[in-house]
Each structure stands twice: as C-alpha cells, then as structure tokens.
Design a protein around this ligand. Sequence first.
Ligand code: ATP
Length: 645
Amino acid sequence: MVNRLTDRAEWKFFAVLPRADPALAVVWWSLLILTGILPAVFSVAMGVLIGQVEASRQPGGVGAVGWALAFTGLVFVLMQVLPPVQQAVSLNLGSKVSAWLNDTLVRACIEPPGMAHLEDPQLAEDLTVAREFDRGQTGPPMFLNVDFLAGGLLGIVSGLASAVVLAGFAWWAPLVLILCWGSTHWLLRESGVWRDRRTPEVQEAQRHADYAYRLATDPLPAKELRLFGLAGWTVDRFITRRRRLFELQYRATRLRERSVLLALLVVAAGNVLVFGMLGAAAISGRLGLDRTVTFVQVAIGVSLIAFGGLNWVMDGASAPVAAVLRLATAMAPAGSLATDSPQSPEPVEGPPSQPQGPEPAEGPPSQPGHMIPPAQSSSHTADLGPPEITLRDLHFSYPRTEREIFSGLDLTIPAGSSMAIVGQNGAGKTTLAKLLCRFYDPTGGAVESDGVDLRAQPPEDWRRRVTAVFQDFVRFELPLRENVAPGRSDADDEDILAALRASGADRFAELDTVLAKGYRDGTDLSGGQWQRIALARALYAVGRGAGLVLLDEPTAQLDVRGEAIIFDRVLAATRQATTVLISHRFSTVRHVDRICVLEHGRVIEVGSHDELMERGGRYRTMFDLQAKRFGAAVDEEGMSFDVLG
Ligand SMILES: Nc1ncnc2c1ncn2[C@@H]1O[C@H](COP(=O)(O)OP(=O)(O)OP(=O)(O)O)[C@@H](O)[C@H]1O
C-alpha cells in the first residue's frame, strides 16, 4: 500500500520539492495552506459582521460591529496580499525544481563511465519524456508548472476548509458535497492523465518533432537544408509531428461526454440536497441571516475541490519528474563498465593504479558528454610513461547487436612506438580506439596495458593516461585557451601556446577568443583549423604526461602540404608516447613505425611500411590503388607530398 503510494508519479513530484530547496518548500506549503483557508475564514467573518450589525439594530442591542468590520477587513487584505507572494514563491520554487531536475538529468547522462546508456533506444525515449519539464512541448515548463499546481492545490485546501466550516450547519452536509465534487476526479480520471504517454507512437512523434526543431535551429545543418531546398520539408516534418503529438494528447485527455454527464448529475443531486436543506432552515428561521450567509458561501466554496486544472497540470508536471528519476537509476547500470577483469582475478602486476581523486583527464574529453572531472593537479601520469598495449584474443559486439566487430584479434603495440591501423570503412578502426579508451568493455578476450587488463583499474585512472583526437572531435563553444586545455583553470599559457605552435594553430585567434560565431567577438574556424585545435588539445595532454595517443583521421581535413608538416611535428611531439594512428591516407600512414591491417575483425598483416610493401599483400594492394590516383610532387622547398594526379 505504502509502496503503491510512493511509486506514484505525483508522490515523486512532491518528494522532489524539498530536495530542490527545503526552506522554500516549507514556505510554499505554509503559504498554500494559509492562503487556502482564507476564503473560508472570510465567509465566517462576513457572517459574524452581519450578526453584529443585526445585534446592534436591536433595541438596546450592543454589537461589536467595529471589531467585526476590522477582522473582515484584515482577512480581505490578506486575501489580496498573500496570492502574489504565493505566486512569487511558486515561480522561485519552480525554477529551483527545474534546476534540480536538470542537474539530475545531466549527471545521469554524464557520470556513467561507459557509453552504452546513451545509445540505448529505450533510455533515449525516456530521455525525451524526461526533458519535457524543460522544453514544455506538451505542457508548460516546470518553473510555471509549480505555480499552476499551487493554483490547483489552493482550490483543494479552500474546498476542504469550507467543508470544515459547513459542518457547523450539519455534519453530513460537507460529506455529501465532498463526495459529490470528489467523485468528479474519479469519473473524469481518464481525461486528467495522459496514460499512454510512453507508447512508441507518442515517443516517436515527440522525438521526431524535437529532431525537426533542432534541424531548423542548429547552425550545423543550415547549409544542406538550404542547398537541397529542405526548408519546407523540415517545417512540414515539424508541423505534422507536432500535430500528431497534439492529436494523441487531445485524444487521451479530452473530456468524455458520458463521464461529464454523470459527473453533472452526481454534483447536481448533492448540491440540490445541501442547498435545499440550507434554504429550508433559513425560511423556517432555524438559521439566522448571519449563519445562512456563511454556510451558503462555504457550501459554494467546497466546489473548489472539483476535477479541474490541478488534474491536467499534475500529470504534465509529474510524468517528466518520474522519468528523470527513472533515468537517474537506469542510466548508471546501462553505462557501467566491469570493475574487475575476468582475465585477471589475482592482484595484477604492473604499474600502480593512479591515485583516485578529482584530478583531471590528462587527455581531452574526446566525445561530447565525456568530460572527465575538472582539474586540481596533474602529477602522476608522467611518471608512468608510455604503456605497451596488447589486444589478446579480442572479441567485441556493440550492446544489443549480434554482429562481432572483432572476432579473436591479437595485436601488440610496443611501449613508445607508433602503430597505424588501416582497413576498409566499417572494419572497426574507430571501435578499436573506443575500446582503448575503455568506453566499452570487450565481450571476450582482453585489452591490456603493460600486461594488465584495463578492467583491473577504474576507467578514470586509465583515461588519465590516454588522449585522443577523434573523427568527430568536440568543438567547444569556449575560448581558444579552454579548447586546448578544457577544465584546467591552472593551465599555463606558455604550454598552451607550445601545443598550438606544434599543431600549426597559433595564429588563428587570441587565447581568450571564443571559437563560435554566436558570441560577441567570437570567431569560427575552418574544418582544417578546427582539426589543428583538436590536435593541439592532444599535444597539450601529451605534454601533461598522457602516455597513449589515439589519432583517428587526425589530418583528414588538412591541406596536403599542411598534413605532411603537421604530422611530422605530431610524431616528434609524441615520440615519448605510444601512438595509434587511424588513417586512410597512406602518405601519413607510411611515417609510423608499424602498420596493422584489419579485415573481418582480425589482424591480417602487421609490419613496417617497407616490410608490408615487400610482402605484396593487402597493404600493398591498397597502397598501390591509392598511389595510382595520387602522384608525388615536390614543392619549392624540396618537400615531397602527395597531390591528385
Ligand atoms: N555505437 C555503435 N553501435 C552499434 N554499432 C556500431 C556503433 N558504432 C559503430 N558501429 C558499427 O561498427 C562497425 C565498425 O565501425 P567503426 O566506426 O569502428 O569502423 P571504421 O573502421 O572506423 O570505419 P571508417 O573507416 O568508416 O571510419 C560498423 O559496422 C558500424 O556500423
């Protein structure tokens, strides 16, 4: 019984209020009760006033009209003053609840060390419902909701306070009216709750409407949408999905004729009975004018507990809150990683695990949503040096998929060496980089660092030793300084400038310039310039001691000459690290120590460029194919680079 109550979305909603701001929640409830009982008190005051006026008119009668008038006036003034105060408190509490929910949601998304929770379709659907408190697609946003709710709750408190006063007329009268008006909640219950809010149809309409909205408002798709004449298509998609959403909401929550008629009948019967008895008592003289006025007013006041705004607001406000709380618990296990290696149940030999604490990632956050906590100090990692990486009989399938990306992959990358991974599109190169960052755990076999399974240490300890430039690196809408050293308030400008110089990115902007056009004095960069910034971020991390450097197509957007120069500089800067390069450009690949060719989830060739060329296998075929389409040229400085033939 208690569990059923606490499991309800409404309960969860009210439980969140004190968590968002305990003091404000107490003030909110207190004002609600005080403001709610005032109409009933006013009815009593009016009755008393009339009684005193009548008494003072009697021959020799002495009425305390003045006191009664003052009391009525005081209640009236409070009735004018308290509602705006209540409203201000409601809006304030609404903002606090909104902020608390945002915090909870952001934490739920960002804190799990893995990534699977962000790719789970069911959780993604839940996320859409949860974000409703903020976006307000199907109801008001939370900061307004708390005020609307206060309005509905005030009605309930007023109605109950009126019922208490009405008991002075007859004990059964408030019971009859509460039963009648209260039954409307049950009779019209279907109309107050959007029960099928979590059906695939609703969630799909919601997600697609949201996506079309983002397509229209984000600057990134703006070019293609215009070029391909997709403006009308986007608007149509948005309108049809929104309309569908409204239709589904309307169909679920519209008032049904039969229920409304039944509710009217019940309410009419109860009110005819109570008001009839009140009238009879007044006519017979059993009830004086003063008490008649009071009881008629409170009998009307009980009607405030009827089905209405509260029912509609309550559902819209509590469903997203329940969804946020659900996600807060569901995302953690979905995005968790193994804590112990099945391969290394014994205490493992090898470099000591990094001390835990608030230290930052030495590597940059490589994916949006995967920032590692901000920095206090940066010792430790430099001492550990570059790791030797071993992939031992590695098997991997993405969560909820059957297909094996790796099926028994064995590979060793010696400490301090550079290794290029080549293979066709979809061969699993980026997946390998993700496994090396430990965004996922293998489904079989192991990834080892210096002979120690990565699962034998907390992911954050391992990630302090890793830095990466991913194909889809993040472009922070932040000053250049923070793009190179994100989350590091203690970063030395000289170190940042050195990293920028090494990646050839030192002339694009001042360190304080925000790298986004939408900001005052902000600037945007070209694709290749952004790539150099991402490289600078990785090089800065290497300077701070990151021992494993993952470069996934790090120079794909650089011009041919720039690529050769920058790549040489990157290799020089990462000479002390173990470097893994993923690239389709053989002009880059040939500069590394060893090359590994991936195919069908396995390593089919490993060796230096010269060895693999001599072997005449798959690498040679791919190299020759690319060389046919490209020719070598020598620029005026005598430097050789590839150009289109
Ligand atoms: N998050 C994911 N969930 C499920 N499957 C995925 C996910 N990411 C990638 N895949 C699948 O894994 C396979 C390998 O992808 P991956 O990105 O590792 O290839 P790649 O070798 O880097 O390709 P490319 O050269 O095109 O960058 C692909 O078939 C892809 O569809």
